[in-house]
Design a protein around this ligand. Structure first.
Ligand SMILES: CC(C)(COP(=O)(O)OP(=O)(O)OC[C@H]1O[C@@H](n2cnc3c(N)ncnc32)[C@H](O)[C@@H]1OP(=O)(O)O)[C@@H](O)C(=O)NCCC(=O)NCCS
Length: 228
């Protein structure tokens, strides 16, 4: 399920790409033109033109996502065009500053430009820390209509490849509530290591919730690729 980056590589042909050496980069420079293609999906950064489709996605998936999401400070924010546009702009800024890499997960559609297909989910590497940590936190979701097809797994695998490869990170962590069976199955299928239970770790759907912590290092991921 390895992903291949397309346009971004060309944009990066000058050698800007973060070198995934042992210590990790001081800062990675990944252009916002990056496009990652997998068997069935295309992952790419959010664009200003995504605002309306993102609003439709948020409305359609409100019930599906509520139990697994932080509550917005302003309840209407999830549906507000202005707020969604602000979030897209903020995510692009974080990307440029090497602080977070949020991908729209789009479907590959024949004869449609890669990345221009419908948005079916999201996968993000949040809160990038460089220095001695070289770590980010994984977040992901798939629209209710697209669950149960292995698409989320395909997207998360591509994001892990990207994070531990091109973005030069050393470790990715995921935190999952013990009753989120689908998410636990996905992360276990990808072979992330279970590290323990963190009490009251995140405030989700209005309460502080325990989470099971999983992580993968670059060494783990490479070993798994060599011997799946
Ligand atoms: C967590 C979440 C992303 C998992 O999505 P998912 O579609 O269940 O996950 P996967 O992509 O791994 O798909 C696995 C399912 O696809 C099936 N499948 C079909 N074709 C497949 C293929 N080619 N490869 C792998 N699995 C395939 C598997 O058998 C499995 O089916 P099952 O659910 O009946 O057991 C999704 O439930 C979600 O968005 N939840 C709400 C948000 C959330 O909880 N995010 C995570 C917070 S930690």
């Amino acid at each position: 399920m390895s992903a291949r980056a397309s346009r971004g590589d060309e944009a990066n042909a000058g050698g800007d790409e973060a070198k995934a050496d042992a210590a990790g980069p001081e800062r990675a420079r990944v252009p916002l033109s990056v496009v990652i293609e997998t068997e069935r999906l295309v992952l790419r950064p959010y664009r200003p033109s995504d605002v309306r489709p993102l609003r439709a996605f948020a409305i359609e998936n409100e019930e599906h996502l509520r139990p697994w999401s932080p509550r917005p400070r302003v309840p209407s924010a999830a549906r507000s065009i202005v707020e969604i546009a602000k979030r897209v702009a903020a995510q692009r800024k974080l990307w440029r500053e090497d602080r977070g890499y949020a991908f729209a997960v789009t479907l590959r559609v024949p004869d449609v430009r890669p990345g221009a297909g419908p948005i079916v989910g999201r996968v993000a590497l949040n809160e990038v820390v460089r220095g001695a940590f070289q770590n980010a936190y994984l977040g992901y979701l798939i629209g209710r209509a697209w669950e149960g097809r292995g698409l989320a797994r395909e997207a998360v695998a591509a994001a892990v490849d990207f994070g531990l490869g091109r973005a030069g990170l050393h470790r990715l962590q995921a935190a999952i509530m013990p009753h989120n069976g689908r998410s636990l199955a996905l992360i276990r299928a990808l072979g992330l290591r279970e590290e323990g239970l963190a009490r009251g770790y995140l405030r989700i759907d209005g309460a502080w919730r325990d989470h099971v912590i999983f992580a993968v290092t670059r060494e783990d991921w490479r070993a798994r690729a060599a011997d799946p």
